[in-house]
Design a protein around this ligand. Structure first.
Ligand code: HSE
Length: 336
């Protein structure tokens, strides 16, 4: 049995989703020869640390009852630096102004020789090459499938399953909240504010939902795709972004009359006619990109395989945990 000790930094919807996933998948992990032992969980108030393995059920219960995981005043950075473990799961809220605190957490984890798995887009959208360089310098793994498209496996698809292909362009829906809002407004005729409230209650929206509706979240994901799949060197500030806040119910009805839906589409293409853009677009109702609800979708144009389309739930606690767990397992399999 291979034991990997983990910390979970951040214990909101995603952090709790991972704890739940580890509880649910214990038998599967054991049968795969893996013992994923969580030795510390932290949130903005403090941490609970147990080198024999944190009681995950009790941790989730405590967070629900008291609003915090903390049983000590030890803060996230101290956990990363001082608690002996191999892998940091960094799932604090995204910050697109300076990437903090996640950026510092990840860099510190690398400097202490710890692998990092994250769902936190901000640091990658701002400092992608610095993060990759630091991970490389310290010979540790850095995986971030959950940063793009929640459960939709786009990074691993492009890098592993489609290895050898040149990816020429990607277009897709990269934000579950916007897709949920536009779908519910179209199908149920509900108001924008009402549906945004629902998306927040269901835990799809970012801590600051303007990140979703202004297209910022989609732009961050596009930057991650551009850098990791196309080898570009762009940041969030290079993306041309328009969100969905000005889309009226009337516009959605007019589109419907023409057999179209309005979707927030991200597009990235390298080379001479390169593009990196997020904007609302008309999409024919029968088109592969016209998926509904919180689904995300991506259409990859490749040189050998032709067009490849992948879709999956782009938001949600367990869905994001799915991508994180797959990254953790990949690291366990590839590390000695
Ligand atoms: N707020 C994001 C979304 C969560 O709605 O897609 C996943 O990144």
């Amino acid at each position: 049995m291979k034991t990997i000790r983990l910390s979970i930094i951040g214990f909101g919807a995603v952090g709790q989703g991972i704890a739940n996933a580890l509880l649910q998948k214990q038998e599967y992990l054991e049968s795969a020869g893996l013992n994923l032992k969580v030795v510390a969980i932290s949130d903005s108030h403090g941490a609970c640390i147990d080198l024999d393995g944190v009681d995950l059920e009790a941790a989730i219960e405590r967070k629900k009852e008291s609003g915090s995981i903390a049983t000590s005043g030890v803060m996230s950075l101290e956990v990363i630096r001082d608690v002996d473990h191999e892998l940091v799961v960094e799932v604090t809220p995204t910050n697109i102004d300076n990437g903090e605190p996640g950026l510092t957490y990840m860099l510190e984890a690398f400097r202490h020789g710890r692998h990092v798995v994250t769902s936190n887009k901000g640091p990658l959208a701002l400092k992608y090459s610095q993060l990759c360089d630091e991970a490389k310098k310290n010979a540790v793994h850095f995986r971030y499938e959950a940063t793009v498209g929640g459960a939709m496996p786009i990074l691993n698809l492009a890098q592993d399953a489609l290895a050898g292909n040149k990816i020429i362009a990607i277009e897709g829906i990269l934000n579950g909240t916007c897709n949920y809002i536009l779908s519910r407004m179209t199908e149920e005729g509900l108001s924008y504010q009402h549906v945004l409230g629902e998306a927040q209650e269901l835990g799809y929206a970012e801590t600051d939902p303007t990140y979703d509706v202004e297209g910022i979240d989609s732009a961050c994901k596009l930057v991650i795709l551009a850098n990791s799949i196309f080898g570009m060197d762009v940041t969030y500030n290079d993306v041309e972004v328009t969100g969905i806040t000005r889309i009226t119910p009337e516009a959605l009805t007019l589109a419907g009359d023409e057999g179209m839906v309005i979707k927030l589409i991200g597009e990235v293409k390298d080379g001479e006619n390169g593009i990196i853009k997020v904007s609302p677009k008309l999409v024919p109702e029968q088109h592969p990109l016209a998926v509904g609800g919180t689904l995300n979708v991506a259409l990859l144009k490749t040189d050998m395989a032709g067009p490849v389309c992948v879709t999956g739930k782009g938001a949600g606690s367990m869905e994001t945990a799915s991508a994180i767990l797959s990254d953790i397992i990949a690291i366990c399999k590839n590390s000695h």
